[in-house]
Ligand binder design. Structure first.
Ligand code: ZN
Length: 240
């Protein structure tokens, strides 16, 4: 009897809300809430998102096969004109004085573990490399992106390195521009993140920024560039 009296005092809407109907209504409100929250995120609505939550969904959009297509003959001709004469082997490199300087990992770029080359370039080629690295990092800063450095995968090859490489890879050219200390490869498959501030950025986006920088420096007459599909790198020869 007591229970009946208590229910008499409850509002009508509360009685209706009890039981299974109540659960269904709560579920409906919950689902609508989720949909509303996600819509706000996707459309850039008023809901704020932090940098960490934002995913860079950039998809590669440049075709560098058409714009960075300086073939080996073109790169070889300039390498032979401005570079050193080929070095027979590593030992000869140590004992001969040549107009080359060493390069190593720094804030601007990272040197990969070199298997078929040694880290030496002519002074002008090193300048071109630094100009590319600076322009790449300037573009990242201008876009508010997290700082990265690109990775160099091949530098100067001695004649012996070329022979060894041809043994591993039959397609490698015997007349490689890499023998003149004017040429280096930058991979576009991997980049090294060196900062934790700024917007996250994916590899496709980094590759497009690097390729765009190379297009500009090539137009300015600083270098020749070949977009290598099989080796997944930009093959760069300094023209100075
Ligand atoms: Zn190369």
């Amino acid at each position: 009897m007591g229970r009946g009296v208590q229910e008499e005092f409850l509002p009508k809407w509360f009685k209706w809300f009890k039981g299974v109907r109540g659960i269904c209504v709560l579920l409906f409100i919950f689902c609508v809430g989720i949909i509303f929250f996600r819509t706000c995120r996707w459309t850039g609505g008023e809901t704020e998102t932090t940098d960490e939550e934002m995913v860079d969904e950039y998809v590669e959009c440049h075709d560098f096969r058409k714009t960075l297509c300086d073939v080996n003959d073109v790169q070889l001709a300039v390498a032979q004109r401005v570079g050193i004469s080929p070095v027979p082997n590593r030992k000869a490199l140590e004992t001969t004085r040549r107009n080359i300087i060493g390069i190593g990992t720094c804030d601007r770029y990272k040197l990969d573990e070199l298997t078929h080359s040694v880290p030496y370039l002519t002074p002008h080629t090193k300048e071109a490399l630094c100009a590319i690295a600076d322009a790449f990092q300037d573009s990242l800063s201008a876009g508010g992106f997290r700082m990265h450095r690109f990775i160099i995968t091949s530098v100067l090859r001695t004649s012996e390195d070329v022979r060894r490489l041809r043994w591993v890879n039959g397609n490698a050219s015997e007349n490689s521009a890499h023998q003149y200390a004017t040429t280096f490869d930058i991979t576009y498959k991997r980049f090294d993140c060196i900062g934790d501030e700024g917007l996250p950025i994916n590899t496709a986006h980094l590759k497009d920024i690097l390729g765009t920088v190379l297009e500009r420096l090539r137009r300015e007459g600083r270098c020749y560039v070949k977009y290598e599909v099989k080796q997944a790198c930009f093959h760069v020869t300094s023209r100075l």
